[in-house]
Structure formats: structure tokens, C-alpha cells
Write a protein that binds this ligand. Sequence first.
Ligand code: ZN
Length: 222
Amino acid sequence: MGKHGQYQGAGSSARSAKSIGATAAALIVVPGARHPHNPRMNFCSHCGSDRIALRVPDGDNMPRYTCDACRAIHYQNPKVVVGCLPEWDGQVLLCRRAIEPRHGLWTLPAGFLENGESVVAGARRETDEEAGARVEIGELYTLISLAQIGQVFMMFRARLTDIDFAPGPESLDVRLFREEEIPWEELAFRTVARTLRTYFLDRKQGRFPLRVSVLERKPVHR
Ligand code: ZN
């Protein structure tokens, strides 16, 4: 998992801001309002103004942060997390996190996709950075929507090309686990737990269809 952590931060300006134009009419204008899903924006990244309001631009149907000074619309869209499940001789490779969040817990190598990077290249890069491991990336295996935090998680199956791996700066340890050795109580993320659980079930059937699912935010118990 990348430096930012899978459950930290959400949303991005995937489409860069565009002008709303002189004729655009807003259905609602709520200065200082907080978007229900997007990270709060306090300053315009185009002109630096703090005259940011939440409004539905003309021709749109979703509230967007817009700037009353330069009229930019700031679109925020989900981030993509890419990673893989590296296999070697019936074992899978896990990394023990050296960074927050979830310091000390185990994860599959994964992290935020970079602009200009393919999902396969991103999965390979994260595996190299976190585990010092070389992999042949195979089929896409789990695709998990974390809609409430604005993330899409894509995990590929992969084959280690050698076992000359070593922890990178973001990992305390990297090792291979047989199914009975998986530290289920010490996994860093529910996406990782779901991917591993599904993998061992599918492996018994000898087939690995693409698994598309949704993870809701955990209910808060008071
Ligand atoms: Zn502006």
C-alpha cells in the first residue's frame, strides 16, 4: 500500500477544473458547505481564492466545489488502488507495513495508481517498491468499490519470477505464507482480507473468476 495509505484521503481532481462560463446558473450555492463524499476544499487550486462554494453547475446534476473568483469547477473523482497477489509454489507473498495507517499489520503489495501509468504497471511498481519483488502480472482478480471513501481497489493475480525479495522502505518484513499460516487477525485492510479469503476458496475449485464487490464503511457502534 502506498505512502498515503489505502483508507487515508479520497477523491482527486482527475478531470482538471474547467470554467463554468459566464452563462452558467447554479441550482444551489452553499458557501463553506461540505461535500458528502469529497474531501473539503478551502482554497481554489487555480487562483488561490477562498471564495469556494458547493453548487450544481448548469448542465450538471452533482454538487461541485466551484470558485467564485475565477469560476473554475473542481471535479473530484475516485482514486484507483492497484496491487497484486503474488504466488510462489502454493504460497502468497505479504508485506508487513512500516508506515501508518495500520503500521505492523500485513498487506498485499498495493498502492495508488499514478497519472500516466497503466494499472498493470502500477501493480508491478508497488510490488517492487514494497516487497523488492519481481512479478509477472496475470488476470485481474478482485475489483472492490469503496464508494464512501472514493476509492476503487484493483487486485491482480501474479507470479513471482524469483524469491529474491526484500522489504522496501514502506515494509518491515516480506515473506511467503501458506494458507494455514495467513495472519488473518493481523491483516491491514478489509480489501486484502476479502481478496485472500476469496482466493483460497477459488483455489480449491481451481478457477479464479473476476470478483467484483462493494465494501461499505464499517458501521459505528456507540
Ligand atoms: Zn479560483
